[in-house]
Structure formats: C-alpha cells, structure tokens
Design a protein around this ligand. Structure first.
Ligand SMILES: [Zn+2]
Length: 239
C-alpha cells in the first residue's frame, strides 16, 4: 500500500509568552484543531470553548509546554497569534457607535494586538507582621472557578473565586503558609477578616491583571460620531 504524502510540514513561527517572556515556536492550526474549536463553539458552553483554546495551544506549540501554568492573558494572546497565522492576519468586528448604536464593521489587524505586562509588586503587606504573596491566576484556575453564571450571587462568588486564585502564600515572622494546601473556605475566611484597606490592596492587584486590548478609532457611518473604543478580551476579537 502507498503512504499518502504529508501535506503540511507546517511553517514555524515564534512568539513570546507574555507572562514569562519565554519564546516558543508554533505551527498554525490544522483542520483537526479547527474541527475541535468548531465543536466547542457549537456546544455554546464557555468551559468547552476555553478548554478548546488551551488544547489548541498545547497542540500547536512545538516544545513541551505546561499549558496549566499559562495565565489568562497568555492564552488569549497566544491563541490570537496562532489564529492570525492560521485563518488570517485580520479579523472583522462589528463595533457599536457610542452615540447612535449603529454597528460599524471594522477590520482589525491581529498582529497589532499586544498585551502589556507591567512590573508589579507581588508582595502585599497586610500588617507589620503579615504579608501576602500574589500572582496572576492561571487560565485553568479561571475555568475551574466557573464562568459567568448570570445571576448576581454567582457573579459575586466568581469575583471572590478570581481573587482567591491570585493568592499564593501568607508570610508571617514564624511561617510561610502555602495557600494551595489550605481549603477554599479557610482562604475565604481569611479574606473576610480583612479591613477594607487591606482588601483594597488585593483588589488593586486583581484589577490590574493584564488584558488583551486594542484601541480602535472610527467615524460612525450613520451619524458621523468620532468613536474611540478599546476592545478587550478574546471573545470580542473572534467574530
Ligand atoms: Zn453613530
């Protein structure tokens, strides 16, 4: 029997993982990955969609990469770069005029989208004797914490879940407590026992989690209003 020829000894590209700056080589998606993404998208379940993103990244990256360690902004950025090389460098998005609400179709060049990762203090002093080490949450922990369930109670729980997923170690004069070895309830009790000022410091870190964002200026085709918008989050780049 004759072996079929190999179609795609796919070209290789390189990108830097935003959270670590490490370069990785990757290939574009092939039909098998596109098929998985389509199935996930048709399921309408955000968990399935996010899993498919991370699986696609794992499949297309050349080197061994522990995808469980990637942050949310790593996954969004890496996926978008891979999509640019696979499906096309630009994408069409419908942006609503802030004045009249008319949808204006805009073309966005995916190569221009970047994620800024500022140097931030990851040791938060809570009292003279107690400090808390934080880091950006992994994409995995965000999936595990559940995606927007819609009701207010779920949203509050989700916000706390995101905060908990940033907390790493509590450091006192006597000990270092690794929070991955402590129950979720104990961590929540610790958060609940904070003063507003202490909690604000943690919230400031969480609010500063880097995001995929892109500024777009356009003149509305209907009313002529000059719009200046910032598109955020991967869902808004995929349409
Ligand atoms: Zn308008």
């Amino acid at each position: 029997m004759m072996a079929l020829p190999k179609l795609n000894s796919a070209p290789k590209y390189e990108l830097n993982i935003p959270s670590t700056g490490s370069p990785v080589r990757y290939r574009p998606f092939l039909v098998k990955e596109e098929k998985n993404l389509m199935i996930a998208s048709e399921s309408g379940d955000p968990k399935n969609i996010f899993r498919a993103l991370i699986d696609t990244i794992g499949a297309c990256v050349e080197s061994d990469l522990d995808t469980r360690k990637l942050t949310s902004f790593d996954v969004e950025y890496m996926f978008l770069q891979m999509r640019a090389k696979s499906v096309g460098e630009s994408t069409k998005v419908g942006l609503k005029c802030t004045d009249c609400g008319t949808a204006n179709e805009q073309i966005i060049n995916l190569d221009e989208i970047s994620v800024a990762v500022p140097e931030v203090e990851t040791l938060i002093q809570l009292t003279d004797a107690i400090s808390l080490e934080v880091s950006y949450p992994t994409f995995n922990s965000i999936i595990e914490s559940g995606i927007n369930e819609g009701n207010q109670e779920a949203n509050t729980e989700q916000a706390f879940s995101l905060i908990r997923s940033c907390l790493r170690t509590i450091i006192t004069e006597e000990e270092r407590i690794n929070l991955s070895e402590v129950t979720k309830e104990e961590v929540q009790d610790f958060l609940d026992s904070m003063s507003s000022a202490q909690f604000e410091k943690i919230k400031a870190f969480v609010d500063g989690i880097p995001k995929l964002e892109h500024d777009v200026d356009f003149t509305c085709k209907n009313c002529g209003h000059e719009n200046k918008l910032t598109i955020e989050g991967i869902a808004n780049f995929l349409s």
